[in-house]
Design a protein around this ligand. Structure first.
Ligand SMILES: [Fe+2]
Length: 296
């Protein structure tokens, strides 16, 4: 981790974000916006080698993109990793893997990823996700969808808002050592909306939420429909940085084309937490890479 901290420090000094970009990021952190994301274009990515076919063949000499994503992340909070996501790497790299083509994870391409809040079951879920596009899909057909609670609130009733503030759903964990997308009951029963009812936070992962009754399941379905109704599609090109407020939104991804020839889509991702010192205090550990935390 010492090595990473040195790289983080160098990134902050060396990465060039222009003044307008810096003020947009800080404004988003301080005030947010209704759609729950910030899409910045034409950031420097440096020299990008052919997209690797698997993580073992990931060799990237130029580190400009890593420096840029880290500096942007550090403006939002502390960059953190999760031991179960890319082995705890702070910067995750995603590109199509043939063997995962349809397996509903970030290395897939042939299948859609359903709306979800990142690590909604985790007591330290990230405040922000940062996605940096190094290469667009060859068919330019990859879309990221973001659905914010502030937009959903426009189309659902006050009674439903109140319901989702009170009804507990059991959020399953997908953390296990052997495979992605397992479903583990960690007894994480929590509401979809939390915080200030007038300006709620939102966690939503319908495929990993268990309702306590048929009625609660139907409510969940109707919320999923509402979330899709207001979802914004975003198409990322090389040099685009997408910052997602993970406490206000759920996101999804379309299926997209891949050729497995070095020209495929390549995305770097980081997580930022805003309350790092609070977590260090609660957990009694000052750690950048987190294991599963169910309560604070
Ligand atoms: Fe995600």
């Amino acid at each position: 981790m010492h090595e990473f901290n040195q790289f983080l420090s160098a990134s902050i000094q060396q990465a060039r974000l222009d003044q307008a970009t810096e003020s947009e990021i800080l404004t988003f952190r301080l005030f947010g916006n209704k759609k729950g994301f910030l899409h910045l274009k034409n950031l420097p990515i440096g020299t990008i080698p052919p997209t690797p076919l698997d993580r073992a063949n990931l060799h990237k000499d130029c580190t400009i993109s890593e420096q840029v994503i880290l500096k942007a992340t550090a403006m939002l909070g502390d960059p953190i990793g999760y031991i179960q996501e890319s082995n705890g790497d702070i910067i995750n790299n995603f590109f199509p893997h043939e063997k995962h083509s349809t397996s509903a994870n970030s290395d897939s391409y042939d299948c859609e990823l359903e709306l979800h809040t990142e690590n909604a079951f985790h007591a330290v879920s990230p405040d922000y996700l940062v996605l940096f596009c190094l290469r667009q899909a060859p068919g330019a057909d990859a879309a990221t969808f973001i659905s914010s609670i502030d937009s959903i609130r426009d189309i659902i009733t006050a009674q439903d808002l109140d319901y989702f503030h009170r009804e507990n759903y059991n959020f399953l964990s997908d953390y296990c050592t052997t495979e992605k997308n397992c479903r583990i009951d960690i007894n994480q029963k929590q509401t979809v909306l939390y915080g200030d009812p007038e300006s709620p936070f939102f966690r939503f992962d319908p495929q990993f939420m268990v309702a306590s009754s048929k009625h609660a399941q139907l409510k969940l379905e109707s919320l999923r429909k509402a979330a899709w109704e207001v979802a914004h599609p975003v198409h990322l090109s090389a040099g685009d940085l997408l910052i997602i407020d993970n406490r206000k939104t759920a996101h999804a991804r379309s299926a997209f084309s891949a050729r497995l020839d070095g020209n495929d889509r390549w995305i770097q991702r980081t997580f930022a937490v805003a309350g790092y010192r609070y977590y260090a205090q609660r957990l009694g550990k000052n750690q950048r890479v987190l294991d599963l935390v169910t309560t604070l």
